[in-house]
Design a protein around this ligand. Sequence first.
Ligand code: AMP
Ligand code: ZN
Length: 140
Amino acid sequence: MSEDCIFCQIIAGEIPSNTVAETDEAYAFLDVNPLARGHTLVVPKDHHERVGDMPADTAGELFELVNEITPAVEQAVDAPASTVAFNNGEDAGQEVPHVHCHIVPRFAEDGGKPIHSLFTGADLSDDEMAEIADAVRDEQ
Ligand code: AMP
Ligand code: ZN
């Protein structure tokens, strides 16, 4: 546990939350400032800041819970769809430095947009694409 982390304090029961699910390694609760009815956060119980910081089994359990409750969240608020996303790092808009997955229920004509609308797009040549793929393979 990280003492000054708000999500660690929620998991420890020191700060109240509207809990929706809990497993050995993961915890899910309603976002206190919901972007839509049913907006839910899913977090690992151990404090890790970003995707990629978690051991594989923790990441697996986190996604297992995301996989399990996403349909439940949608059904609970009668939503036909959802946006499931991580803000990963401060420059990507992550405000709470404890990795968390947002499940935001979506409705036709809710005014929301797809994740693609966040970006203007990168115009890359075939060579640049191949170089990037090489670099990602090399970094693993
Ligand atoms: P992010 O910008 O991806 O770091 O998202 C952090 C989210 O945590 C925001 O959507 C906040 O509304 C939410 N949040 C902050 N404090 C609490 C809290 N005490 N209980 C539930 N959600 C919270
Ligand atoms: Zn934490």
